[in-house]
Design a protein around this ligand. Sequence first.
Ligand code: SF4
Length: 205
Amino acid sequence: MTPEPVVRISAIEHFAYCPRQCALIHCDGVWSDNTHTIRGTRAHRRVDSGRHRQERGRHVLRAIPLWSEELGLSGRADAVEVEDGAVRPVEYKAGVRHGAAADLQLCAQALCLEEMLDVAIPHGYVWYGGPRRRLQVDFTEALRREVREVIDQIRAQLLTFKLPAAPNDARCKECQLLHHCLPELSSAPRRVNRYMDNVVFRCAI
Ligand code: SF4
């Protein structure tokens, strides 16, 4: 039986960045763009076209819907390369590598493809637009386990409807939901007082 609720593959990257961001997007339906997301959308234009093509002997299939009954997971692969029977998911990122978030997302895509096509997929690639390079990601047992754990945590979050506390750290400055989340207010009462002093009362003078 498929575990419910179904988790979106994109939620894995959001959760890896910040569990509160994941809850705001996937439980509360909040969305806001910033320069990073707009750059990402622009970089995905070709991928999102869904036009398949032949590149250096490989079939490159774009915008492929993904599903896993076993994991209760759904989403889409930016691209799937097929060459001599080997299948490799490829994820496109506009900027530079930030931790392992993209690796988790790519591994989740591979788990779906393995179930859908009944093939083994030992690795895939993340293409980074910043350095204009693609990096190979090996789908080790440890990475697969981590993906499954993150999916379970996201599902638990979807079921509780609880918004995690804001870490209010360096991530917030770059976060697309900064102005919805108000991490200063939600992180601690002491910080609420400081926020009120610095922002609200000072602005009112
Ligand atoms: S602003 Fe900070 S705490 Fe809030 S969702 Fe973004 S990263 Fe998380």
